[in-house]
Ligand binder design. Structure first.
Ligand code: NAI
Ligand code: MG
Length: 347
């Protein structure tokens, strides 16, 4: 029987609750098909307060040997600044393992009433995760003076743009075969014109996938007016960041938004995590919705090659929401929702 080695980083706040719920569901779904061997790492804000760092110096080295990483959520702003928790754990992991594709499925689950009439809304947002507007290139000069200058340079490399688009086309091929590339090439005449050119080149390799080009502002409107017309969306780091918050809102909120940081070349482990944070306001109350986390766990199994089991978990989530379980904030506890999903898996 195949055994998968998972590194679990539950993190802070509700990250811990939803990681527990996820592992319970994944183990039940694995049944006697494969085994999950999980090692838990206590890297979190609490760990930081004790050790002065979010993870040990050899943390990345340690994670290297795992088949996948599962993360709950990190952050406890009352004691540790968010810049520390983010830059000390999440970002180094994404960078070290070249997880250049941040993917988020947005879909309205049965029984969930989003803010829009979005029947048939089912998209996959693919965000470039390593460069672009968040490359960190730039600087500040003449600080504090009236001629002060700040620059933030968006960096787009041929390698970076080609690989994210190729990944997007592969995903589109496995879905409804439509890809929308999001840019702003009317205003950003170097980077985004370049992105458009690369899109055309890569599209030639995928004649079975239809391609649309949209500007980010028009895309924002499209996602509200006709989200059901979209399938796979590929966007830069900044644009993808914004569109995925919009996608999460349309699907009913953070309780449902799953994500993965994928290293498509498989040179290192990929990392799976719900989009939401540690939610200090509801931590320890057994009211966090675990659906986003469990869905992210299903994405992990799919990535590991267990697509059938992943699909069963998704069906179990849908069976639970179709009965109205976990569809509205506060309607059910974390444990009730988890139990309903487990029961649906059994059925
Ligand atoms: P948040 O996502 O933790 O919470 C925002 C709001 O959504 C809160 O009212 C919360 O109660 C609610 N919420 C979030 N997840 C929920 C769930 N599963 N079920 C029900 N309600 C849910 O974002 P916030 O408050 O901005 O950040 C809190 C901490 O989390 C910060 O330290 C932040 O840096 C960190 N964070 C970490 C992330 C990560 O680990 N990837 C992502 C986002 C934030
Ligand atoms: Mg965001």
């Amino acid at each position: 029987m195949t055994n998968y080695r998972l590194a679990l980083i539950p993190g802070d706040g509700i990250g811990v609750d939803v990681t527990d719920a996820t592992m319970e569901v994944l183990r039940a779904a694995a049944r006697n098909r494969f085994t999950l061997e999980a090692e838990t790492f206590p890297w979190s804000c609490e760990y930081y307060l004790e050790h002065g760092q979010m993870m040990p110096g050899d943390g990345i080295e340690t994670l290297k040997g795992f088949d996948a990483i599962y993360l709950g959520a990190v952050g406890w702003p009352a004691t540790v600044p968010d810049s520390v928790s983010l830059h000390g754990l999440l970002l180094p992991i994404r960078k070290a393992f070249t997880q250049y594709a941040n993917i988020r499925p947005h879909r309205l689950l049965p029984g969930v009433e989003g803010p829009l009439k979005a029947e048939g809304f089912d998209i996959l947002c693919i965000r470039e995760n390593t460069e672009g507007e968040y490359s960190g290139a730039g600087g500040r000069v003449h600080m504090g003076q009236d001629n002060e200058v700040a620059t933030e340079v968006a960096v787009f490399t041929r390698k970076g743009v080609e690989r994210i688009l190729r990944f997007g086309f592969e995903q589109a091929r496995a879905r409804r075969k439509h890809l929308t590339s999001v840019t702003k090439s009317n205003a950003q005449k170097y980077s985004m014109v370049f992105w458009d050119e690369v899109t055309k080149e890569i599209a030639a390799e995928y004649p079975d996938v239809t391609v649309s080009h949209m500007h980010i502002d028009a895309m924002a409107a499209k996602m509200v007016m006709a989200p059901q017309d979209l399938d796979v969306i590929v966007a830069s780091n900044l644009f993808g960041d914004i569109l995925t918050d919009l996608g999460a809102a349309i699907q009913g909120g953070l309780g449902f938004a799953a994500s993965a940081n994928i290293c498509p070349d498989r040179t290192g482990p990929s990392m799976f995590e719900p989009v939401h944070g540690s939610a200090p306001d509801i931590a320890g109350k057994d009211i966090a919705n675990p659906i986003a986390a469990i869905w992210s766990g299903a994405m992990m199994l799919e990535h590991l090659g267990e697509a059938e089991t992943a699909a069963e978990i998704l069906s179990a989530i849908e069976a639970a929401t179709a009965q109205g379980i976990g569809t509205r904030p506060g309607s059910h506890s974390t444990s009730d929702i988890t139990a309903a999903i487990l029961a649906a898996l059994e059925a």
